[in-house]
Design a protein around this ligand. Structure first.
Ligand code: HEM
Length: 465
């Protein structure tokens, strides 16, 4: 991909029309072209200019690729950009009105209630459980590899593990709860939301097609699981140690109100889904990249061995595992789990020198911005040292935004980073990780960016482990 650097626009220039990108003669055919290869389509569109207009049937979409434009939308003029989009509507079918999908004063209140649960001191208290659950999953992975003599799909194991971590630390769920069912639900929902986005004329959800039946089953199943978690907690009493207890006990600072059961359900489903699927993908891509760059794998192992010897990492160690952290960050640059952020434009605005019409959808795409050659030298190269503090400081603020930004910045970013660093450290302590022969690695861009066929790896125990 070759993308020209931003064309400078003098403040006095009148706003221009955004460049158009179109691959089909008829605009209602355009979504099919996008659907066939979303990442490639957006790369080709972004190569046209900093602000590109796309027409998907009746919907106008503006693709903004430059950091200043992203900062404008997420921070400087955030009030003018909402979440009333088809994508968020699709998510609302399953997540209801939780932290990710709600807006305005309701969202502000909910965020205020949930925020203390994500205080760094609380998150640090989860490190031990994270490592215990990582160890249990690593043992299962090792046993599977040993028993089958075959490669193991580390992506699948990471999903199971992050599910257990989110369930146990945040919601006090039984770590042995039915993770396979949750995994199937998440997969069905990911695909259903993608279907809604990609299909202009749809069969309504109440008509019992196979796809709709599956989607409704997934919604009902998650509802039931969450209701059981909440009931069990109410029955056993609020102990105040995890997020669910905090949500149950929370009182709004200003009004003194607590959450209704319906709100609680929406928040719990949101946190549970948002809290594991993205981190699992970040870990899967990280291990894939480490198999492709053994020199970085060895350097990370040296860091881990030097700091920890054989002992388990703690929250305090996370700060010292600088290279492991940079590796995770670089992996989220190349494969951002939340690869596509969208907003609706309320009132006409001028961004990057271009006039944008109200009612359009704004696409902010970390996959694109994270690979711009004028921001990232040799963007395709895996180079964790891009995230050395002085090099990070030299880049524009929104050159990198895997967790979004502004007031809607991911509430779980510190949780996710700690979990990812601990898990990568723990796996590398015990194993050399190599990609299985004939593995097929391809990103699948649904709501999250997943390795389509998993990440099959061969684990070789390291000497002394
Ligand atoms: C590597 C892991 C993760 C990535 C890449 C990620 C990414 C993101 C992004 C990009 C957003 C902003 C969405 C937007 O502005 O439209 C977001 C929001 C959110 N994330 Fe994460 N996330 C991760 C982990 C987590 C975890 C571990 C949790 C919870 C424990 C979580 C909970 C949330 C919630 C509740 C929101 C909505 C926040 C709000 O709008 O107030 N995320 N995440």
């Amino acid at each position: 991909m070759s993308i020209a650097s931003t064309t400078a626009v003098a403040p006095s220039d009148p706003p221009a029309r955004p460049v158009r990108y179109r691959t089909k003669p008829l605009r209602f055919l355009e979504p099919a072209a996008f659907h066939a290869d979303k990442l490639g389509y957006l790369e080709r569109a972004a190569a046209r200019g900093p602000v590109v207009e796309l027409q998907f049937g009746p919907v106008t979409l503006y693709l903004l690729r430059e950091p200043e434009a992203i900062e404008h939308v997420l921070v400087r003029n955030a009030r003018n950009y909402g979440k009333d989009t088809l994508g968020f509507d699709a998510l609302r079918l399953f997540l209801g009105n939780g932290l990710l999908t709600s807006e305005g004063s309701f969202w502000r209140r909910q965020r205020r209630i949930a925020q203390p649960a994500f205080h760094h001191k609380r998150i640090e208290g989860f490190a031990r459980t994270m490592v215990e659950l990582a160890d249990a999953e690593i043992d299962r992975m090792a046993a599977e590899a040993h028993a089958g003599g075959q490669p193991v799909d580390i992506a699948r194991h990471m999903t199971v593990m992050t599910q257990r971590v989110a369930g146990t630390t945040l919601l006090g769920a039984d770590p042995d709860a039915d993770v396979d069912t949750v995994g199937r639900c998440v997969d069905v929902l990911n695909r259903y939301v993608d279907y809604i986005l990609m299909t202009p004329i749809r069969v309504p959800l109440w008509i019992p097609t196979r796809r709709n039946r599956r989607a409704r089953w997934a919604g009902r199943t998650l509802d039931r699981m969450v209701a059981e978690m909440i009931q069990a907690r109410r029955r056993d009493g609020v102990d105040g140690h995890d997020l669910l207890s905090m949500l149950l006990a929370a009182r709004d600072e200003e009004t003194g109100e607590s959450m209704t059961d319906a709100q609680l359900r929406d928040e719990v489903v949101t946190i549970f889904l948002a809290g594991h699927e993205t981190t699992a993908n970040a870990l899967a891509w990280t291990f894939y990249l480490l198999t492709q760059h053994p020199e970085h794998q060895r350097a990370a192992q040296a860091e881990v061995d030097r700091l920890l010897g054989g002992r388990a990492p703690t929250a305090a160690d996370v700060r010292e595992l600088g290279l492991v952290e940079r590796i995770v960050k670089e992996s989220m640059r190349l494969y951002p789990p939340a690869w596509f952020l969208e907003r609706s434009l309320h009132q006409e605005d001028v961004v990057g020198g271009a006039r944008l019409r109200p009612g359009a959808i704004i696409a902010l795409v970390p996959w694109i911005t994270h690979r711009l050659p004028h921001l990232w030298e040799e963007p395709a190269r895996f180079d964790p040292d891009r995230f050395l503090p002085e090099r990070e400081k030299a880049r524009p603020r929104f050159a990198y935004f895997p967790f979004g930004g502004g007031q809607r910045l991911c509430i779980g970013r510190a949780f996710a980073m700690m979990e990812a660093v601990l898990v990568v450290a723990r796996v590398l302590q015990r194993f050399d990780v190599a990609l299985a022969e004939r593995a097929r690695i391809e990103p699948e861009a649904l709501v999250t960016l997943r390795p389509k066929y998993g990440v099959p790896v061969v684990l070789s125990p390291r000497a002394g482990t």
